[in-house]
Design a protein around this ligand. Structure first.
Ligand code: ADP
Ligand code: MG
Length: 259
């Protein structure tokens, strides 16, 4: 029997439909502590929906997500599951940091204030503590000199690094990235991937990264998962899945992505 802290995320049999479209057809994901899992797959294969199910931004139609061993979005009383209210859900979501393709920073707040906002509001940190934390994280993502800058004055890469710092400010046990570099100009991709790489290496952060950056997957991931049509087609060590995939669908996808 493993303890909850061994697995920041365990998802079992996740199913999700939108109307008659079945987007997730029973997906299992286990993430062990400190592991970096990269998820690849064509557009529409259900990757974003899977991440959104993990933090209960979408309610799965079937299956269960355990975050540090606790059911996500529900309280278990005896054998019954009761859905949590928005407030309780928000507290639970603090364990899961999420970084999206679009940075979603508050435009009227500085970089530092963006990072301070959730720790103040959700965790109840004092202004001083939140500011100290924000400044430490700005150093970590290489933006110490941008603390007082508003998002509009930052490049896309810098904004995405602030978004990563903002996610880290909640001291999550896992970070979920949904195509964090897809909206960036090519010359800004590297600085964001570098911050993510250092999180994996120096901080041993547990991470699930949906990405088309095959080089990042090859160099940083402990495991690569290929999804298509709402199922996990195959997964394994990066060099096995990327260099020598066992499934034709994976081969076809990689051939298209690499050209
Ligand atoms: P991916 O991230 O792999 O591109 P998504 O999870 O975003 O895939 O989407 C999978 C499918 O589900 C797509 O066909 C998409 O149009 C559909 N979909 C996603 N979210 C919704 C929604 N809220 N309502 C209806 N359809 C959705
Ligand atoms: Mg997506």
């Amino acid at each position: 029997m493993t303890t909850s802290s061994d697995h920041p995320i365990r998802a079992r049999g996740i199913r999700k439909s939108f109307g008659s479209l079945e987007v997730l057809k029973g997906v299992d994901v286990d993430l062990t502590k400190g592991e970096v899992l990269c998820i690849l797959g064509p557009s529409g294969s259900g990757k974003s929906t899977l991440l959104r199910c993990m933090n209960h931004l979408e309610r799965p139609d079937a299956g269960l997500v355990l975050v540090n061993g606790t059911p996500m979005g529900y309280r278990q009383i005896g054998s019954r599951f009761h859905e949590l209210g928005e407030r309780e859900l928000q507290k639970q979501r603090a364990a899961i940091g999420m970084v999206f393709q679009r940075f979603n920073l508050f435009p009227h707040l500085t970089a530092r204030e963006n990072i301070m906002e959730a720790p103040r509001r959700v965790l109840g940190l004092s202004r001083n503590d939140a500011q100290e934390r924000a400044d430490r994280l700005l150093v970590q993502v290489g933006l110490a000199d941008k603390a007082d800058a508003f998002p509009g004055a930052l490049s896309g890469g810098q904004q995405q690094r602030v978004a990563i710092a903002r996610a880290l400010a909640m001291e999550p046990s896992v970070l979920l990235f949904d195509e964090p570099t897809s909206a960036l100009d090519p010359e800004l991709v590297g600085e964001v991937l570098e911050v993510m790489r250092s999180l994996a290496d120096s901080s041993a952060m547990s991470m699930i990264v949906v990405t088309h950056e095959i080089g990042f997957a090859r160099g940083v991931a402990n495991r690569v998962m290929f999804m298509d049509g709402g199922v996990v087609v195959e997964q394994g060590r990066p060099r096995d899945v990327l260099e020598n995939p066992s499934q034709e669908r994976t081969r076809t996808f990689l051939r298209r992505t690499l050209v």
